[in-house]
Design a protein around this ligand. Structure first.
Ligand code: NAD
Ligand code: ZN
Length: 344
């Protein structure tokens, strides 16, 4: 079968290669991939940055965002049948630690990542544990189903706190920040203000229902707050940029007692004004992945009640997998929303 691999550290970029079919265990399902989506993580591997050099063991098939059709199941598998359309949770867990056996697998310390620590989904077929496969509603478009993983990040982050009647600040209008706008809207937020440094992405945030946007290269969040009559600061902050500047902006703009959910991966040297955090009684929650499997249930229910139409607007490009080079360049340019690879 064909797969997109990182061949060796020395080989620049990625390669479309012939690789053996995956082997399948008794508790696994074999999936024929239909669509995959490119994530920032894949771009880190593509550009072979320091994180990738430290983390990835070559040769490796990359990718973790997918939708496909189940074409075989192991003899111990129940609840999934051949023909089901599935997406999947990309974090494999140990299954025996305290968190795993108490329904909080997303907090397992022995997590391995599909497409990071083990072979990924940018290939014609994959085998995954049946417990990681999520049977999808086939009435939802496959483009949208292929982005369940990052959409799940948005759902997990945005629903971390009660949003009814609250004013929400989202820093970073990348694909996940953008998907968070309609989620926050549906969850009952009053004002949703989105910041970025990219005018195109801020335009998309407006189309998706943001009350106001702030291009932080030209405008101040405080001025926009004044313009919409927001006096005491934001009740809820969703950090989705990974930028230390954005994190600082958020701390400054929060109301006393405000709650912040941090998804963006901040560099270690990020400075935090702890006096503001402490004396203004801020609450900070780190977010990793998706809650297993509460996030998947809520995401499915929201997709079935119309969120799918909004998520579809965040998908801006579609390529055949053979044109992966152009697709990765598009994602890398920052000028796109989600970029899909078609494997049909
Ligand atoms: P992305 O990199 O496409 O989006 C980040 C956005 O932040 C970009 O549009 C960028 O222009 C914007 N930005 C840069 N500087 C800014 C500033 N000073 N103020 C406001 N915005 C600024 O990423 P994405 O795919 O949407 O993911 C969002 C973040 O979440 C990334 O940091 C990613 O690494 C992280 N992430 C975390 C997890 C997790 O489990 N914790 C999972 C997926 C992604
Ligand atoms: Zn565990």
């Amino acid at each position: 079968m064909q797969a997109i691999i990182k061949q060796t550290p020395e080989f620049g970029g990625l390669l479309l290669a012939d690789v053996p079919m995956p082997t399948m265990g008794a508790s696994d399902v074999l999936v024929k991939i239909r669509k995959t989506a490119i994530c920032g993580t894949d771009i880190h591997i593509y550009t072979w940055d320091t994180w990738a050099q430290k983390t990835i063991k070559t040769p490796q098939i990359i990718g973790h965002e997918f939708v496909g059709e189940v074409i075989d199941i192991g003899e111990l598998v129940t609840g999934i049948k051949v023909g089901d359309i599935v997406s999947g949770e990309g974090h494999l867990v140990c299954g025996v630690c305290r968190h795993c056996i108490t329904g909080k697998q997303h907090l397992c310390r022995q997590t391995t990542g599909i497409g990071v620590n083990i072979d990924g989904v940018f290939s014609e077929y994959i085998s995954i544990p049946a417990s990681n496969a999520w049977v999808c509603d086939p009435s939802i478009s496959e483009d949208v189903l292929s982005v369940c993983d990052p959409l799940g990040n948005a759902v997990h982050t945005a629903l971390s706190f009660n949003l009814v009647g609250e004013d929400v600040l989202i820093t970073g209008a990348g694909p996940i920040g953008l998907m968070s706008v309609p989620i926050a809207r549906r969850a009952g937020a009053r004002h949703i203000v989105v910041t970025d440094i990219n005018p195109k992405r801020l335009e998309m945030a407006k189309e998706l229902g943001a009350t106001a946007t702030v291009d932080v290269t030209k405008e101040k969040i405080a001025d926009v707050m004044k313009a919409i009559g927001l006096k005491e600061g934001f009740d809820i902050g969703l950090e989705m940029s990974g930028s230390p500047h954005a994190f600082g902006d958020m701390v400054d703009a929060m109301a006393n007692g405000g709650k912040m959910a941090i998804l963006g991966i901040l560099p270690n040297e990020t400075k935090v004004d702890w006096n503001k955090v402490i004396f203004r009684s801020l609450f900070i929650k780190g977010i990793y992945g998706r809650e297993m499997y509460d996030t998947w249930y809520r995401m499915t229910a929201m997709l079935q009640s119309g969120l799918d139409k909004e998520v579809a607007k965040v998908i801006t490009h579609n390529y055949n997998f053979k044109d992966f080079q152009a697709a990765f360049e598009m994602m890398h340019s920052g000028e796109s929303g989600k970029v899909i690879l078609n494997w049909n």
